[in-house]
Ligand binder design. Structure first.
Ligand SMILES: Nc1nc2c(ncn2[C@@H]2O[C@@H]3COP(=O)(O)O[C@H]4[C@@H](O)[C@H](n5cnc6c(=O)[nH]c(N)nc65)O[C@@H]4COP(=O)(O)O[C@H]3[C@H]2O)c(=O)[nH]1
Length: 780
């Protein structure tokens, strides 16, 4: 029940005829009273009877007047009571009418209308409130919000109600409640209710569902934020006139909003796209409502930028286009970075030629094309001869110059469709395609191309102030269709190139299946080599070195592998494998330790052994702790450092000059000496060699073999001896097999000899026997 304020009753006296009646009665009564007063009666009437009659009349008059007066009064009161009752009836009727009207109005409202007492219990609950809560109005009365809504929502609603009652004023709130229609947001206008004393006794509320509006607001907010995103945005009318741009548009294009509003986006045109491009773009926008792609735009300052642009058409409810939205980002840097990444990933930075990755890709395509057109192709593996030496002696800049120039020459002399790639170092690969339908034809064509390339490379390279003649070892693998993978073909060409190198460089070799068999054997051997050290299959042989007087000047320790199935394997067969797999490191260490132990054992036995030469591989020598390894081998064995001679090759010492020099000096400081092995085969700079702390030059056996008949070799051998002597170095010749050779060398003052003429490399026991033999006086 709604507490109501009682109607205030106001009664107003009105001068009605019935109200005059008592006054008239009193006037008559007064007149008669005066008339019948005793003095007046005594003065008028002297007759006692008359006086008695008058007195009686006076008594009757009094009774009559009093009766009349009383009647009038009663009557009047009765009238008043009747009036009052009628008015109350009217008031009650009015109140009932008001209640009915209120109910009718509230029930016809699309808002939820309600009232609650100070405890929060519902006093009024209109139909809309019933509908959304699913609670009939009659049931809702005297329920509170905690019985209608989840606790959190009920608490929030109650807090708002209390605020209204406390502040005693009308307030508006946004309230979220669970309803039959789901979670809705209401704008609730709430005001206080008062009792008859003006005290707050409850509250009323009118709640309007603003869920849809809030959603629209949220969407607008999101749209506004989205519009002000990092992307440049412009909104145009269907006729292309710009109506809005965002801040990012201005910062990306340099145009302010004032610059472009009312204008056409054509002002961004870079001139890089033709009309057909834009026609196709608009055709797609009109057909699908959407276009996305890269566009070159021009900034206000004239600079161009590449934009990733999305254009979307905005439609109204009838499907008419109302606007176009263009969103773009500047991808110029992105594109440049992409291009840079691509360049780095697929091209050699020095020569700008395709690298291995791109080459492999191209080979895949070439294989597919060859499969389709049944034409042969070829992979040409080209390795510059003596590049390392040039690089180390003349410096990396000169080496780089040679590589760049080589790349240019190779690229110029192949067809546009062929690929020239650089794999790294001095290794180039050419991919030649469409070489005909038969293997012979393909081989001839490839041979011709390669010959031409060799001629081109043979022309002098002007590198700084020096001129250089390059040559290359070239391996060729032909292919037809998908027979082999790109990787395998590369391996074949590489193997053929190695064969060319082994054949003395500056030549070419075609891959043939026997090479494959060799490859398989090599890999088998490489596997076995892992066990060789563990199983004690490695041995050191010793080959005597004699001086001019046929006395033992020293020995060279030479590695042998006693393979359980294949028998004795010479080091030339397995040391390159060990180099490749890295096994040379433990093997080399074992050689050093064994040689030092042998030296110490001879020393312990009192055997004179002037020096023992030990071969060291490039990989072994390049280890950062190589000096320490040698030192440890000497220390552990107790061998005298002066007896140890390390053999290094020309290419090895020139590979990394600074490192070589530092290590040689450190080892020299320990008392160790050095011999330069295979001398004459490399491309050494003599002036440079003179600066190395060397003790001995060893003439390579290839120059000894044809002595004294080969004039060339004779001159070379003579020159080496003269040069060694000139540098104060001992000169030893290896591979001396005949007395003629020995005599020639002796005649030219060679200091020492090593070769089958004196002894083959021998196991230690046999070597000891030889040594003893040589020590006999008649042997000298
Ligand atoms: N035709 C002919 N050959 C002769 C004659 N006198 C000696 N030789 C051979 O010439 C090679 C000399 O060794 P190298 O030039 O250091 O060449 C060595 C050396 O580079 C390498 N090597 C040998 N042992 C080791 C080692 O312990 N470590 C390393 N890293 N390499 C080694 O293997 C190469 C070959 O060694 P070997 O097969 O033992 O071959 C030895 C030796 O047996 C001769 O009169 N005529």
């Amino acid at each position: 029940m709604m507490p109501t304020r009682p109607a205030t009753e106001t009664t107003t006296a009105t001068a009605s005829p019935s109200a005059l009646r008592p006054a008239l009665v009193y006037a008559v009564f007064a007149a008669l009273w005066i008339l019948f007063s005793d003095q007046l009666a005594a003065a008028l009437f002297h007759d006692p009877d008359t006086l008695t009659l008058v007195s009686m009349l006076k008594g009757w008059l009094f009774v009559a007047v009093t009766t009349l007066l009383l009647y009038g009064m009663v009557r009047r009161q009765l009238d008043l009571a009747a009036q009052l009752a009628a008015r109350e009836q009217a008031a009650l009727q009015a109140k009932a009418d008001a209640q009915r009207l209120l109910t009718e109005i509230s029930n016809n409202s699309s808002d939820a209308i309600f009232a609650k007492d100070s405890q929060g219990r519902y006093l009024l609950f209109n139909q809309e409130a019933s509908r959304v809560t699913g609670v009939p109005a009659a049931q809702a009365l005297l329920l509170d919000d905690s019985q209608l809504f989840p606790p959190e929502q009920a608490r929030a609603v109650r807090a708002n109600d209390l605020q209204v009652m406390m502040e005693n004023r009308t307030l508006s709130f946004e309230e979220t409640v669970d309803t039959q229609d789901g979670e809705l947001i209401y704008l609730a206008t709430k005001g206080p209710l008062h009792d008859s004393h003006g005290q707050v006794c409850g509250m009323f509320g009118i709640s309007r569902d603003i869920t849809a509006r809030k959603q629209i607001e949220a969407e607008l907010r999101i749209a506004a934020i989205a519009f002000e995103s990092q992307q440049g945005m412009l909104l145009t009318r269907p006729d292309g006139v710009i109506v809005r741009v965002n801040r990012a548009f201005s910062s990306l294009s340099g145009y302010s909003a004032e610059d472009v509003l009312g204008k056409s986006p054509a002002l961004l045109k870079s001139g890089r796209h033709d009309e057909a491009f834009f026609r196709a773009m608009w055709l797609q926008i009109h057909s699908s409502g959407y276009w996305q792609g890269e566009v070159w735009n021009r900034r206000k300052n004239g600079g161009l930028f590449l934009a990733w642009l999305t254009i979307s058409a905005v439609h109204d409810e009838q499907g008419n286009i109302t606007h176009f939205i263009g969103a773009f980002s500047d991808i110029t840097d992105h594109r440049e970075a992409e291009a840079e990444i691509h360049r780095l990933a697929y091209y050699d930075p020095l020569t700008q030629l395709p690298n291995r990755r791109l080459l492999q890709d191209r080979i895949q395509h070439a294989l597919a094309a060859s499969e389709r057109n049944r034409q042969y192709g070829a992979l040409v593996f080209l390795d510059l001869d003596h590049f390392k030496v040039l690089n180390d002696t003349r410096g990396h800049d000169v080496g780089d110059q040679l590589l760049v120039e080589t790349a240019v020459r190779l690229s110029r002399h192949v067809r546009e469709s062929d690929t020239v790639a650089r794999l790294g170092g001095d290794e180039f690969v050419l991919l030649l395609e469409q070489l005909g339908h038969g293997p012979q034809e393909a081989a001839t064509l490839t041979g011709n191309i390669v010959d031409k390339l060799r001629e081109v490379l043979a022309l002098p390279f002007q590198l700084g102030d020096t001129s250089f003649h390059a040559s290359a070892s070239i391996g060729i693998a032909l292919f037809l269709g998908h027979g082999e993978s790109a990787e395998t073909l590369l391996k074949y060409a590489d193997m053929a190139m190695y064969q060319a190198k082994a054949a003395g460089r500056d030549t070419l070799r075609f891959f043939d299946p026997t090479m494959q068999a060799e490859l398989e054997e090599r890999s088998q051997l490489s596997g076995d080599l892992y066990l060789a050290l563990e199983c004690g299959q490695l041995q050191l042989y010793y080959q005597a070195q004699l001086n001019d007087q046929r006395q033992l000047a020293g020995a060279e320790a030479l590695l042998r592998w006693q393979h359980p199935a294949r028998g004795m394997i010479p080091p030339d067969h397995f040391i390159p494998l060990a180099e490749e797999s890295g096994q040379i490191l433990p093997i080399g260490q074992w050689v050093l330790q064994t040689a030092c132990r042998q030296l110490a054992s001879w020393q312990a036995l009192g055997v004179p052994m002037p020096q023992l030469a030990v071969n060291v591989s490039a990989r072994q020598f390049r280890q950062p702790d190589f000096v320490e390894q040698v030192n440890a081998a000497l220390r552990d064995s107790g061998a005298a450092p002066a007896q140890l001679k390390i053999e290094l090759t020309e290419s090895m010492v020139l590979d990394n000059v600074d490192d070589t020099m530092a290590k040689m000096q450190a080892l020299r400081a320990l008392g160790i000496s050095f011999s330069l092995d295979d001398f004459g085969t490399g491309n050494s700079s003599l002036s440079y060699l003179s600066r190395l702390p060397l003790d001995e030059l060893k003439i390579d056996k290839s120059f000894i073999l044809n002595l004294p008949h080969s004039r060339n070799d004779a001159i070379i051998a003579q020159t080496i001896i003269a040069m060694g002597n000139g540098l104060g170095l001992q000169v030893i010749a290896e591979g001396v097999e005949t007395t003629e050779q020995r005599d020639f060398l002796r005649a030219h003052h060679c200091d020492a000899y090593q070769g089958y003429l004196f002894s083959r490399p021998l196991p230690v026991a046999e070597f000891d026997a030889l040594r003893q033999q040589l020590a006999k006086p008649d042997q000298a």
